[in-house]
Structure formats: structure tokens, C-alpha cells
Design a protein around this ligand. Structure first.
Ligand code: SF4
Length: 510
């Protein structure tokens, strides 16, 4: 079923992987025009790489979201190394709390069942039981997440049965989440796995309790409050500043916001069923949750755009306003924000115009950022989304109109393809994740992190800040030029002379 949701999914223990649910593609080399055509006709299914340089396990995005939940213990059920990525998430977890107004941010609270060779033979259920009981006793959390990794998936540990069996004696709500890395090559499958458990364990359980309201006055007041309450679904790659900017814009429309899943308390999911509408900033992230919330609880949703750049932020804001009949208010906000933004951008335009840029990140962030940089006057020469599916089509359409031959490489990591493309298209600047950017910098290209830190990327403030920081780094490129001159490249010239997509075998429907 391409691009859709089968509502019986939620009755199953495990959410389907994205390759099956959406026909998601993670191997492609060509142009924006080609991918639009080939994905549209199903010609990218069964594609493959005959050589690759790593990938990203779905545990990474899963832990990035789950470790940020307040008053929650995450138990990574598997080998101890599976949770190791959490060490890199500690700083952003603290920033999230500070952005939410906490003056004494806490560290991460995650445990591992530390499965070893004996457990592979005898099963890991006993260790998991002990870990859940210990976590509940020691930390008294609101929720305990059981995050299943490869070993339990392979040896057949039944984490759902363990959770069901222990729940009556545990204070916290137990959320079993199936996140075995070997099951999917599309790390975005993790979003569905998480929301699958949240809908089954948190939203369903709490929804009934919220309907108890004492008297008629209170009922009327509650109705008014709910009519102006929106769910804002954040993503782990959003910074606190991003969140504040989007809340600022929604508040300007006179609406109140319930933000989740990242940095939220498990209680926040209870209020998901009270909102008038759910607002996404990334369709790749949220479609599974939004569709189920609409079908099961009648909460409509607004989805499709990431509010990066002027026009995408305008579209996003107009859609929200239109839902509430606030079109005039939105137009006034847009007129004033646009005037202010254009005035602020004026000093940067000359330095940025015509600069070549290459971009790599998750699907929607990559493509939306590309559209904004093109609007800003830069020339997008190549884009590398981690995967591609139906949600990318809105931004791809725009890029095809701008220039149908923009190079497009669908790749989760695979730096050998990135460096080869860099040598061909010779960008002035590369926007990517830190792990990507190191290769661009060694190639002599200026780099800008595509998200993170304490910077702002979303909304009008983000549109300005991306331009401001690009202007600064493009004024002095001496560091990366010296890096290229003094660092030995790990690839021979023979590879740079090869087709960067030599190892991608494009498939077709069986
Ligand atoms: S691929 Fe499997 S073993 Fe490796 S980190 Fe992911 S879940 Fe753990």
C-alpha cells in the first residue's frame, strides 16, 4: 500500500516497516526530474546497492525521541552497545529542558538489559522482567519504555507479553517498542514504531479519563479552551529555538499549543485527544500518528510542509489559519514578518547570490532547505536525502521547476558517494549532519550544520538565521581550503573518475 495507512496496523503488535508501507526508496542516483518520474511509476522499488559504507540503525532516531521524554526510563533490551548512541544525545536533552524553562536540567535516564551470549541461547525475558521491576522501584517514573533491538528480535523474546504480564504490578505505563535494526533499512520506520506504542498505550488509555468534567460552566469553558488548542508535533532535530519560533507564530493566531513527542511528559499524549487539530512540521515524521489520531479520535490534522524558509513558513501558517477561519489574521502576520525578514536579509543577498550549495539530511529537511536556499538566491547543485517517498513529492515538484537536472542522491550515509559528487558539482557550501560535513570540509568545502545546537532553522527567524550564518562562513573559506591542502583524502583518483552511482542497482516492481 503506497503512501497510505491501513488502520488495522494499530491492532498488530508491530508497526510495518516503511519499505512495505510506503515503498520508501533508499538507493537512487540521478536528477530531481528522474526521481519524480521513477518514484511515481514505482520503478524504484527493489533498488539496491552492491556496495555501501554503513547505514543508520532505527534505534538512533528512536532513542533521540524516547530519551527526551520527561519522567520516563528507557530500557534498551539488547546488547549494551545498542544504547550507546544515547551518550551523544545528552546535551540536546538538557537543551530541550532549558528551552522549556527548567533551570536544573536532568541527565538521561536509560538502562540496558545487557544481553550476552548466554542470553542468546536461554532468552532475555528474565533480564527484561528484572530491569522493568528495578526501573519502577528505583525511579518511580510515569512511563517505562522497552526498546527492543536486534537480539530480542532474532531470538524471539516476547516483549509485549512481558509488558502485559508485569503491568498490573508496575506503577509506570509500560511501552513496548519494536525497533530491531535488522528489520528495516529506513531509519524513519522508528517514528512509526514509537507512535504505534504511544497510540496503543498512552493515547487510548488516557482518552476516556479526560471526558469527566464537573458542571455546565466548566464544560463551556473547557469547550472554548479545546477549540483553540492545537497539537504541535515536534521532531528531535528541532532545537529549543525552533520550537519557540513556531509556538510564537501559532500564539500570534490566538491559539494555544500542546507540544510533543520530544521533551514531553507522557501525560501530554493524553491531551492529544483534546486538541482541535494536530499540526505537523514534517510529514515523514508524523503521518502514522496523525492518521490514526484522526481515524480513532476524530482529531483532524495539518500536514505536508516543513516551515523552513519564507514561502514554506507562509504556506504552513496559512493552512493553520485557514482551519480556524483566521485567514485575514494570517495575511497580516505574513505581511509584517515578510517585510521584516526581507529587510534583515538585504545585507546578505549580494554575498549569497549565485553560491553553489549541496544539501544532505532527512528527506523533508533536505528538500525544504534546498527550496529556501534557491529562493534566497543560491544555486542548489545537489541534494542527498536519506530516503525518498511520497512525502518528498511536494518539494521535489518545486525543485523540478527551478532546475530539473539538480543532482539527487538518495543515501543514508555512504560518504564515498558524497565525496565523488562534491568533486563533480563543486559546491561553495555543504549543509549536512556533522558526520556528513566532515567529508565536505576535507574536500575544501565550507560547511553549515543543517540542524542542531542552539540555532534556529524553522519559521521566519530560522530563514534569517540560516542566511546570516551562511553569509558569515562564506566570507572566509581559508580554513577548509587549508584543510583540503593538508589532509590526505581517503579515496584514490580512480574513484573520483568513476560514476558516483556505480554501485546503485535501480530495481522495478516484481
Ligand atoms: S543494528 Fe541491531 S545490533 Fe546494531 S545498534 Fe541497531 S539494534 Fe543494535
Amino acid at each position: 500500500m503506497r503512501g497510505g495507512i491501513n488502520l488495522s496496523y494499530i491492532d498488530e503488535k508491530v508497526a510495518p516497516k516503511r519499505e512495505d508501507r510506503l515503498g520508501t526508496c533508499i538507493e537512487f542516483g540521478g536528477s530531481v526530474c528522474e526521481i519524480k518520474r521513477k518514484f511515481g511509476c514505482g520503478c524504484l522499488q527493489n533498488s539496491n546497492r552492491t556496495f555501501g559504507q554503513g547505514s543508520i540503525c532505527q534505534l538512533l532516531p528512536a532513542t533521540a525521541i524516547l530519551n527526551s521524554l520527561q519522567d520516563t526510563v528507557v530500557i534498551v533490551h539488547g546488547a549494551v552497545g545498542c544504547g550507546g548512541v544515547a551518550h551523544t544525545q545528552s546535551a540536546s536533552f538538557r537543551w530541550g529542558q532549558i528551552a522549556a524553562g527548567k533551570t536544573n536540567p536532568k541527565g538521561l535516564l536509560w538502562l540496558s538489559t545487557n544481553l550476552g551470549e548466554t542470553d542468546v541461547i536461554s532468552g532475555g525475558d528474565a533480564k527484561l522482567r528484572s530491569a522493568i521491576i528495578a526501573a519502577d522501584k528505583r525511579y518511580r517514573p510515569s512511563a517505562i519504555v522497552v526498546l527492543s533491538s536486534c537480539i530480542p528480535g532474532i531470538i524471539g523474546d516476547d516483549i509485549d507479553s512481558v509488558a502485559t504480564e508485569l503491568q498490573p504490578q508496575i506503577n509506570a505505563v509500560i511501552l513496548p517498542i519494536h525497533c530491531e535494526g535488522f528489520k528495516t533499512k529506513v531509519m524513519a520506520t522508528a517514528y512509526d514504531a514509537i507512535f504505534h506504542s504511544i497510540i496503543r498505550q498512552l493515547v487510548e488509555v488516557e482518552a476516556e479519563e479526560t471526558t469527566i468534567i464537573p458542571d455546565e460552566l466548566a464544560i463551556a469553558a473547557e469547550k472554548i479552551r479545546r477549540s483553540k488548542l492545537v497539537n504541535l508535533l515536534n521532531v528531535s532535530s528541532m532545537t529549543g529555538a525552533d520550537q519557540q519560533e513556531l509556538i510564537r507564530l501559532i500564539n500570534k493566531l490566538g491559539l494555544e499549543v500542546n507540544v510533543f513527542p520530544c521533551d514531553a511528559h507522557p501525560e501530554a499524549f493524553k491531551y492529544a485527544t483534546q486538541a482541535a487539530v494536530s499540526i505537523s512540521i514534517c510529514p515523514t515524521h508524523d503521518d502514522y500518528f496523525l492518521t490514526h489520531l484522526q481515524e480513532k479520535y476524530g482529531i483532524p490534522y495539518i500536514n505536508g510542509q516543513m516551515p523552513i524558509g519564507l514561502n514554506n513558513t507562509n504556506i504552513w501558517l496559512r493552512k493553520i489559519a485557514n482551519f480556524f477561519g483566521l485567514d485575514d489574521v494570517a495575511e497580516r502576520i505574513i505581511a509584517s514578518e515578510t517585510a521584516e525578514l526581507n529587510a534583515a536579509l538585504a545585507p546578505f543577498r549580494e554575498n549569497l547570490t549565485g553560491r553553489k550549495v549541496m544539501i544532505s539530511a532527512g528527506e523533508i529537511r533536505t528538500l525544504a532547505t534546498a527550496v529556501w536556499l534557491q529562493e534566497l538566491g543560491l544555486e542548489v547543485v545537489a541534494v542527498r536525502p536519506y530516503h525518498y517517498d511520497t512525502f518528498g513529492e511536494v518539494e521535489i515538484e518545486k525543485l523540478v521547476v527551478i532546475n530539473p537536472s539538480i543532482m539527487l542522491n538518495v543515501a543514508t550515509a555512504h560518504p564515498f558517494e558524497a565525496v565523488n559528487i562534491i568533486e563533480r558539482v563543486k559546491p561553495d557550501v555543504y549543509l549536512g549532519h556533522v558526520s556528513d560535513n566532515v567529508w565536505a570540509a576535507k574536500s575544501g568545502v565550507s560547511v553549515l550544520p543543517i540542524y542542531g545546537g542552539q540555532n534556529v532553522y524553522n519559521g521566519y527567524a530560522g530563514a534569517y538565521d540560516i542566511a546570516r550564518r551562511l553569509n558569515r562562513i562564506l566570507k572566509n573559506t581559508a580554513f577548509v581550503k587549508n584543510l583540503r591542502a593538508n589532509v590526505r583524502q581517503p579515496y584514490y583518483q580512480e574513484w573520483f573518475d568513476e560514476n558516483p552511482f556505480k554501485y546503485i542497482k535501480q530495481g522495478a516492481i516484481d
